[in-house]
Ligand binder design. Structure first.
Ligand SMILES: Nc1ncnc2c1ncn2[C@@H]1O[C@H](COP(=O)(O)OP(=O)(O)O)[C@@H](O)[C@H]1O
Ligand SMILES: [Mg+2]
Length: 264
């Protein structure tokens, strides 16, 4: 059984135009699936629907979203809350900006771990510090004691990503987590995302507009354009044998490094 089955899913906002039109794909346990495509094509809408956290006015009007065998569209709010609490993490595009401004990083971080697990305070702090270091935040003491306004945007974003990964989620949904980071740090964060899968078997759905990132990380890639998924296939199919001109255009936009466009 697939961990996630999206079947003929159409999602609309109040204006009635589909933001996502008749999209279907499956995600197997332990896979990394990237969703790529132009701005406004429906990527964020689609991954938010998987967690039942569409912005108000957004609704899945057709189709099914089956997570671990459960049709989540049939769940009430309390049941959906329980699904989300069961070790699913979402890293938002502006996760840094959404940190609580009046709490030190340390206390927000502890809370984010303790909702999932009952572990001693020291263990919590050790895990947090180790993940911050892996996000290239080396002065961990300063970061842990800081209030969000004392950190730069890029630092906050990395703290947010670290928090999302520390719980070792079995399903991680990440919406352009690294887009705002500079290239070196982005590479490190992307590497850590892959480690989360390789070490802990996490299943990951990643939205990225960067085909290079998608190529490096993914087992499968879905290409979205104007609310439709125009192509979905294995990483190699999409990178080396794309069927759609639109996919080729996306790839042509990736800079070549050392004569090669797609590293692994
Ligand atoms: N909260 C919202 N209310 C109304 N329309 C929205 C909302 N969020 C997104 N949309 C519309 O849905 C479509 C898909 O948007 P989105 O999922 O954010 O795309 P992407 O993440 O690929 O940039 C766009 O046409 C966008 O204008
Ligand atoms: Mg988006």
């Amino acid at each position: 059984m697939s961990l996630l089955e999206i079947k003929n899913c159409t999602i609309r906002y109040q204006n009635g135009e589909p933001a996502v039109s008749n999209v279907s794909f499956n995600v197997e346990k332990g896979e990394i699936v990237s969703l790529v495509g132009e701005s406004g094509s429906g990527k964020t809408t689609l991954i938010r629907a998987i967690l039942g956290i569409l912005p108000s006015g957004g609704k899945v009007t057709e189709g099914q979203i089956i997570l671990d065998g459960t049709d989540i569209l049939k769940l009430n709010d309390r049941q959906m809350e329980a699904v989300r609490g069961n070790n699913i993490s979402m890293i938002f595009q502006d996760v840094g900006a959404s940190m609580d401004p009046v709490k030190q990083v340390k206390s927000q971080y502890m809370e984010s771990i303790l909702v999932h697990e009952r572990i001693p305070r020291d263990t919590c702090i050790e895990r947090a510090v180790s993940m911050l270091k892996r996000m290239h935040l080396t002065d961990t003491e300063r970061v842990m004691n800081a209030y969000p306004f004392e950190l730069s945007g890029g630092m906050k974003q990395r703290v947010g990503i670290a928090m999302g990964m520390t719980a070792q989620p079995k399903l991680l949904l990440a919406d352009e987590p690294t887009s705002a980071l500079d290239v070196t740090i982005q590479a490190q964060v992307v590497h850590e995302i892959r480690e989360l899968r390789d070490k802990y078997g996490a299943t990951i759905i990643l939205v990225t507009h960067n085909m290079g990132v998608a190529s490096y990380l993914s087992d499968k890639i879905g290409v979205m354009q104007k609310s439709r998924m125009v192509e979905f296939g294995s990483r190699d199919e999409i990178i080396f044998h794309p069927k759609e001109q639109y996919t080729r255009d996306l790839m042509d936009a990736v800079p070549k490094i050392g004569g090669k466009r797609f590293a692994r």
